[in-house]
Design a protein around this ligand. Structure first.
Ligand code: CO
Ligand code: ZN
Length: 320
């Protein structure tokens, strides 16, 4: 698990710039799909043929980051946020631009994005612009390691979901549905990739495999989700209220198979199903969430048992 995750995280993919991670995932899944293709936005879609309804399972490939807006006279790179970046959670971290140039992300006194900058050690504006281009994205440099039962890494949101979906494709034996595994783009900037992919596939059921906030630590969210208690079945978040039938199906399956689960009720945030539920005549939706600590910081934490439970439940759902 940790080695594959390291590979996934090392391919940087700030929203709109997911190509590198997409081509890595494509290589991994090609032997396990009947068809693999990409659409105009860059969503990566793998199809496993089977009798039964169309089931779409999404995991977003993109991560939060920064984009260079201009270089000031002294050569500091001014930036804006791509997705939910909070200076107080990410200040002081090393960052890396698409072309490999590294720097330090510095938050201004009031920690407003407009005061933040990246210091690449440039002499002046000209020097800065000879090394990076306006519009280039930068991502947080991070470590990936295990401690106890826990996995620690940047961009667990949502490479850990991508990992689960890749594993499901690899381990799936008898698919009882027409299975569309979709690795989506631009989730962090408003669930954009999912919208066109959902329209194209027009599934009967759509699921999202994504992270959720945990409430089990001093800085935790107001939620019951905890690390180590199993796959968190999404009930609702700001983007969608999940379909009763899907939630019940997932909970019954988990009970039958002895897979540990908990519930995910989130008063903030959203995920890809929010863009798919309201397409066409409507789509039944649900979510398998992996609770993480320190979400949208440069270093997040998950529990391997929750990851395994999520893969097991996804497989049970696709095989039922
Ligand atoms: Co996110
Ligand atoms: Zn996410």
């Amino acid at each position: 698990m940790i080695n594959q995750l390291k590979e996934l995280v090392s391919k940087k993919s700030v929203s709109g710039n997911e190509r590198v991670v997409a081509s890595y995932i494509k290589e991994q899944i090609l032997p396990y799909a009947d068809k693999v293709y990409e659409d105009a936005l860059g969503n990566l879609i793998a199809v496993r043929r089977g009798e039964g309804p169309k089931v779409m399972v999404m995991a977003h490939m993109d991560e939060i980051g920064l984009v260079a807006t201009f270089a000031d006279d002294k050569g500091f790179i001014r930036v804006s946020a791509v997705g939910g970046v909070h200076p107080q959670k990410t200040a002081g971290r090393p960052v890396i631009f698409e072309n490999g140039v590294m720097g330090v992300f510095v938050a201004g006194k009031e920690q407003k994005m407009s005061d933040c900058y990246i210091d690449i050690g440039a002499k002046d504006q000209r020097d800065a612009l000879s090394r990076i281009e306006i519009g280039m994205t930068a991502s947080f440099v991070t470590e990936t390691f295990e401690t106890g039962e826990k996995i620690v890494s940047g961009a667990l949101d949502n490479r850990i979901g991508c990992f689960c979906l890749i594993e499901a494709l690899k381990r799936l034996k008898n698919c009882s549905c027409e299975f569309y595994a979709v690795f989506t783009v631009q989730e962090e900037v408003g669930l954009r990739g999912a919208k066109v992919s959902g329209f194209e596939i027009a599934p009967e059921v759509a699921l999202a495999v994504d992270v959720t906030l945990s409430g089990d630590h001093p800085e935790g969210a107001d939620t019951s989700a905890s690390l180590g208690k199993g796959c968190a079945i999404k009930m609702r978040d700001r983007s969608a209220i999940c379909s009763r039938e899907v939630v019940e199906d997932l909970e019954n399956l988990a009970a039958r198979k002895g897979i540990p689960i908990q519930r995910d009720v989130l008063s903030s945030g959203g995920t890809d199903i929010g863009s798919v539920q309201l397409l066409g005549k409507g789509v039944q939706v649900g979510g398998l969430s992996i609770p993480i600590r320190y979400c949208h910081s440069a270093i997040e934490m998950a529990d391997r048992k929750d990851v395994e439970a999520t893969i097991a439940l996804l497989l049970a759902y696709l095989e039922k």
